[in-house]
Design a protein. Structure first.
Lengths: 114, 112
């Protein structure tokens, strides 16, 4: 089945710096890639997604790049703030008529120091 | 934004007992999911449910597990009987279609 890998597993940055999280997947049938953020003790919160017919998506301080050939994604967060401290999860889905079964990576723990 | 509610947030039970985890999905959503996360490990898909039926389940969804949503009320995950390895946080999610999933805050199950 699908496997999703994330690197790094954790990182610490100073407020204002940028963060880059890498994600790779194995199943070429995956077509939908949502990312979630989980602050301590809180629910997973959707932050950005991309479909396999796109190469790039940007919202405010987030940029998500997708390379179908290498099965690789990268999430770039600019101008980080302490509120960005969380675990970030990459996920992949075939998004078919059975709904949206997500395969998650193990997460990247980001700590932004003020 | 829309919220998925889970009850209870935390439950401790003895091995062999039955447990029911309840999920109140986003009101107009049509697809419902359960995921399991053991501490320090990946969140893993258990099952999804649509139109009153299980659509897909993983190998983690053992015979002791069942899901239902009677009369549009709570979407429930029942484990009977429980085993030690069922200790985990169980996340419910819902979606309108094949897009974004909305997650609950999780139900932490401890089996002694």
């Amino acid at each position: 089945g699908e496997q999703v890998e994330q690197l790094p597993s954790s990182l610490i940055v100073q407020e204002g710096a940028s963060v880059l999280i890498n994600c790779s997947y194995t199943d070429s049938a995956s077509v939908y890639f949502p990312w979630y953020k989980q602050e301590p003790g809180k629910r997973l919160q959707f932050i950005i997604d991309i479909r396999s017919n796109m190469e790039r998506k940007q919202t405010q301080r987030l940029t998500l790049l997708f390379d179908k050939k290498t099965k690789h994604l990268s999430l770039h967060i600019t101008a980080t703030q302490p509120g960005d401290s969380a675990i970030y999860f990459c996920s992949a889905s075939k998004a078919n008529s059975a709904g949206n079964k997500l395969t998650f990576g193990i997460g990247t723990r980001v700590l932004v120091r003020p | 934004g829309p919220k998925v509610l889970q009850i209870p947030s935390h439950q401790i039970i003895d091995m062999g007992q039955m447990v029911t985890l309840n999920c109140d999905p986003v009101s107009n959503h049509l697809y419902f999911y359960w995921y399991k996360q053991i501490l320090g490990q990946q969140m893993e898909f258990l099952v999804n449910f649509y139109n009153g039926k299980v659509m897909e389940k993983s190998k983690l969804f053992k015979d002791q597990f069942s899901v239902e949503r009677p009369d549009g009320s709570y979407f429930t995950l029942k484990i009977q009987p429980t085993a030690l390895e069922d200790s985990a946080v169980y996340f419910c999610a819902s979606s309108l279609g094949t897009g974004q999933l909305y997650f609950g805050e999780g139900s932490k199950l401890t089996v002694l």
